[in-house]
Design a protein around this ligand. Structure first.
Ligand SMILES: *[C@@H]1O[C@H](CO)[C@@H](O)[C@H](O)[C@H]1NC(C)=O
Ligand SMILES: *[C@@H]1O[C@H](CO)[C@@H](O)[C@H](O)[C@H]1NC(C)=O
Ligand SMILES: *[C@@H]1O[C@H](CO)[C@@H](O)[C@H](O)[C@H]1NC(C)=O
Ligand SMILES: *[C@@H]1O[C@H](CO)[C@@H](O)[C@H](O)[C@H]1NC(C)=O
Ligand SMILES: *[C@@H]1O[C@H](CO)[C@@H](O)[C@H](O)[C@H]1NC(C)=O
Length: 917
């Protein structure tokens, strides 16, 4: 802070003059009274104490408790080990490849479980009794159960509806008295679904809609109907006198948004946010001082005490925080916000434990390190709102290099907790060390939660929370086969999935991207170049030239067109080189057509919640004004640049709307500088885009039935309000309908039977697998957006979580039925679209019966050729392609160059240009 020098220092001895809001009054009588009594006593001789003996002893008990603090009892494991139940069932997981909490790997390990604890970890355990259950896990990876220290499981239940959302009591800006446990629903199906991704412990936090939202709870993912049984008691069996407790604090844009809509009730600026936090801690400090003064007098015999030990339900949690009994989990993104919070912590004398979200940590590493804080954050989140606009994909790497502990989190259901391991996978792709990537989901969160005497490691005496994986957990698509919680099998894959995983084998080579060339070697590759010879090509998916597996082969680009790939290319290459064309040596080169995706807002919106950065939203009610996204596209922004650098060369975006009618989607080049750049708009009117269902509701079409009825009427009309409806009716213009819901999809299928000429595309399709055969028969294509199941809303509650809970995913079923599939997004966030190729690769992963080559082709088709065919775009693989080093269907590959419009557009683009090396 000295370095920044931007903040005022405080002496910590304020007079109490700040205004007190109506909700703050409860402590006033006690403290004011105490002060009056003390003042009065100064003048008059002390009369008889009027405190009862019971009040005095109760208070003294409180005073004694104030001297105690929670600690981590590291002798617990050995205590529990020596007290193990000799009669408990013994289970041995035989011959595992163990990945422990520090990321270290140990081969051929046996792990013995007795009751709810681990009793042996090492080489060949002899079965201790005839009844022992032996599970052969030869060749499988075994890890500790994962720990997600930022979840809203149970307080944001799936599917979320108005009456089951209990995450923030945002009637006030400060609610330290609120407790997650009071809103937690053990019936949340998410508890099991998240566990199926390997998570066995979650810190359930209250929300970020206000400044101090309350106390979280640590849960074990147990099969029980009782919230008390689900809560994990950190004192159980150990010597710590108090439980570990967790307070959620937040700052920034969420709070601005909530309280701006409720004027007079809370802060609408960062100035107000700081004020409200300080007012609250001031109340707590006054109460704490009153308590300590009371204790001092009580210890001296209680003479003069005429009131019981002062307490306040409103402020006690913050008093405990100042006393050091509660960990503070702070949700803030930007440096100035965190510095303000540091200042408040210093002023009132409490510590912050973990910085959550904090997408700007890389700009304040020194201060974070100095304070001994840790990060609880994401791998590739950010860029879609002002406070996370400057997120860096390399933040984890930079923080790790600075020696700052990192826990990855999902913020479930904001990002579905089932895919927790993907955070570590992507973190590793962006250069977070392999071992740290594992510890970020195991030992680091365990330590931060004060529970690393029980969880986060596979060690004797520790809780038997274990995950058997179908492949190394940092591999793309890695999925648990079995999840054990407290020694009990909570999740177990079917025999089919166990067999599939045996076929998959244990190929593991995740490695962060490496580059064989320096980016500034611009004599070999530079934008605008038309000709280049590529050496070291291993595979090409460019279909006109046939998918080919090569070994260290050659490809030649002339005039921005891929002329040839493979051995037949040698002569062409030699001639080219003779005429002075540069030669680029690739390490494991892969050539793919440019990726195509259909998104929600790319090109039309830079920052959510910032109308000035957006094209603007239609009401979606006027059917005679069918506008085209082409007229609103804004090129050259950061989101588009990042998308392009990840190998997407064509995006299809619909106009923004509040419901039902969006307008005409446009296909464009995210890499173009402006709308007059060559080929910037690839095809102006690609499809008529409608939203049907809850999101489609607006004043003109307030019901789903009204929307369907309107669509049918328009398509049958001989005189529709706009010619686009006629073009949609005769099938020359496809209609894309945004929906996840099976009933809406069924109605679209019926409509297609009524009007066979209409060309319908479903965008979303979370429940489409329930109508897979019917969709295939009616030749309705589905853009999976996103392709993963997240039962976030009522309309998508029947999506399939997939392995290990189901043998197949929804997309698997659609593919089997022969439905034409593509991949898109319906989210303002970028991660799904930039990771489109990984998503495609994940999608085909279950097809172990198809050989690896065909599987790869299938994945590439989903995001290239299928998308072009669905939207009627020209296939031009040889003119719009991307060259990678490494296999882009796995983690660890990087883009070497992108060719479009007859020339090289980019060479070695990095997702963030400033980190290019
Ligand atoms: C243990 O697993 C390894 C593979 O990790 C396998 O090669 C070996 O045969 C297995 N040993 C036994 C005794 O099953
Ligand atoms: C804050 O952390 C410091 C350093 O670990 C420690 O000495 C101090 O007691 C902590 N204060 C509270 C209130 O926990
Ligand atoms: C898990 O599933 C496998 C394959 O069906 C089965 O052999 C095994 O007994 C199951 N284990 C448990 C604990 O249910
Ligand atoms: C590929 O071939 C070139 C010569 O054409 C050679 O220098 C290079 O070492 C080879 N690379 C591999 C991986 O075999
Ligand atoms: C389809 O309808 C549009 C709009 O009315 C019209 O321009 C086009 O010629 C029609 N095409 C066919 C094949 O009927």
């Amino acid at each position: 802070m000295e370095k920044a020098g931007l903040l005022p220092r405080h002496d910590g001895h304020r007079t109490r003059k700040s205004r007190i809001g109506s909700s703050w009054k409860s402590v006033v009588p006690v403290t004011v009274l105490a002060a009056l009594v003390l003042a009065w006593q100064g003048v008059h001789p002390t009369p008889q104490p009027i405190l009862t003996a019971a009040q005095l002893s109760d208070g003294l008990r409180q005073c004694a408790k104030n001297q105690q603090h929670p600690f981590v009892d590291y002798s617990l494991a050995s205590t529990r080990f020596s007290a193990r139940d000799a009669k408990a069932l013994v289970k041995v997981l035989r011959n595992a490849t163990l990945i422990n909490g520090d990321g270290s790997i140990h081969h051929e390990v046996d792990v013995e479980i007795q009751g709810d604890i681990i009793t042996y970890v090492g080489k060949q355990r002899a079965a201790s009794s005839a009844e022992a259950v032996i599970v052969d896990v030869s060749g499988r990876y075994l890890s500790p159960g994962l720990i997600d220290m930022h979840s809203h499981l149970g307080v944001r239940q799936e599917p979320q509806i108005l009456m089951n959302a209990d995450v923030t009591e945002s009637t006030f800006a400060v609610t330290p008295w609120a407790r997650a446990i009071d809103g937690f629903k053990p019936s949340d199906e998410g508890i099991r679904i998240v566990a199926s991704g390997g998570t066995t412990t979650s810190l359930v936090l209250t929300g970020a809609s206000n400044l101090i939202s309350g106390e979280g709870m640590v849960i074990k993912h147990r099969d029980t109907n009782s919230v008390w049984e689900m809560e994990m008691d950190s004192t159980s069996g150990g010597r710590s006198p108090k439980r570990q407790r967790h307070l959620k604090m937040a700052c920034g844009e969420n709070i601005k948004q909530i309280f701006e809509k409720a004027p007079g009730r809370g802060p609408i600026s960062r100035l107000g946010q700081s004020g409200y936090v300080r007012f609250a801690f001031e109340e707590a400090r006054i109460l704490l001082q009153g308590q300590d003064a009371w204790c001092e007098r009580a210890a001296a015999g209680g003479a003069g005490l005429d009131a019981p030990y002062p307490t306040s339900l409103h402020w006690q949690t913050l008093v405990d925080t100042i006393r050091g009994d509660v960990s503070v989990h702070l949700h803030c993104y930007q440096t100035q916000d965190v510095f303000a919070q540091f200042d408040h912590a210093d002023e009132f004398g409490y510590n912050i434990t973990a910085l959550h979200h904090i997408t700007q940590a890389h700009e304040m590493l020194e201060e974070i390190k100095k304070r001994g804080l840790m990060l609880a954050t994401f791998s590739d989140e950010g860029g879609f709102k002002n406070e996370n606009y400057h997120a860096s994909w390399y933040m984890l790497k930079l923080a790790a290099e600075a020696g700052i502990p990192i826990a990855l989190t999902t913020d479930h259901p904001a990002k579905h907790g089932q895919f927790f391991a993907q955070e570590a996978q992507i973190g590793h792709h962006f250069q977070l060390d392999e071992k740290l990537a594992i510890s970020s989901m195991t030992s680091v969160p365990a330590r931060t939660l004060g529970l690393d005497n029980r969880i986060g490691w596979v060690r004797p005496g520790y809780d038997a929370d274990l995950v058997v994986w179908d492949s190394h957990p940092l591999t793309l698509g890695a999925t648990p086969l079995q999840v054990i919680v407290d020694g009990k099998t909570f999740i177990n894959a079917s025999e089919k999935l166990w067999e599939q995983s045996a076929k998959r084998g244990q190929v593991y080579a995740p490695a962060p991207p490496s580059r064989s060339q320096k980016v500034n070697d611009d004599k070999i590759c530079s934008p605008g170049q038309k000709d280049i010879v590529l050496r070291g090509v291993t595979k090409s998916h460019v279909n006109g030239l046939r998918t080919s597996v090569l070994s260290n082969s050659t490809a030649v680009v002339r005039g921005g067109v891929l002329q040839c790939v493979g051995d037949s290319c040698e002569d062409v290459a030699n001639k080219a080189i003779a005429s002075g064309i540069p030669e680029l040596h690739l390490k494991n080169g892969h050539i793919l057509p440019g990726i195509v995706s259909a998104t929600r807002s790319h090109g039309l919106s830079e920052l959510v919640a910032e109308p000035s950065t957006q094209d603007g939203e239609l009401s979606g009610t006027d059917l005679s004004r069918v506008i085209s996204a082409a007229d609103g596209l804004r090129f050259g922004d950061r989101r588009l640049a990042i998308t392009h650098r990840r190998g997407l060369t064509t995006l299809i975006t619909a106009p923004l709307s509040n419901g039902f009618l969006h307008g005409l989607s446009t296909a464009f080049r995210p890499g173009a500088a402006h709308s007059l750049s060559p080929g910037a708009v690839i095809k102006r009117d690609v499809s008529l885009f409608l939203s049907i269902g809850h999101e489609g509701k607006n004043t003109a079409f307030p019901s789903e039935s009204a929307q369907i009825n309107e669509l049918r009427t328009l398509l049958k009309s001989s005189n529709p309000p706009h010619e686009s409806w006629a073009a949609a009716a005769n099938g020359t213009l496809p209609i894309t309908v945004r929906t996840d819901n099976k009933d809406v999809i069924a109605r679209l299928i019926a409509l297609k039977h009524e009007l066979p000429a209409v060309n319908i595309i479903v965008h979303g399709g979370g429940e489409a697998h329930l109508l897979a055969r019917e969709l295939a028969e009616s030749r309705i294509a589905v853009i999976l957006a996103p392709f993963r199941c997240s039962q976030l809303t009522w309309e998508v509650r029947n999506c399939l979580p997939g392995p290990p809970l189901n043998d197949a995913t929804g997309p698997d079923i659609l593919l089997d039925a022969g439905v034409k599939l593509g991949i898109g997004i319906w989210d303002h966030r970028d991660r799904w679209v930039t990771n489109a190729l990984w998503e495609a690769s994940w999608l085909v992963r279950g097809r172990v019966d198809v050989d690896a080559e065909r599987r790869g082709e299938l994945a590439v088709e989903l995001v290239t050729r299928n998308m072009r065919e669905i939207y009627g775009l020209e296939v031009r693989d040889e003119r719009e392609f991307v060259v990678y080093e490494g296999d882009p269907l796995e983690y660890g590959a990087s883009v070497a160059l992108i060719v479009e419009e007859g020339e090289v557009q980019r060479c070695w683009p990095d997702v963030e240009e400033k980190y290019v090396y």
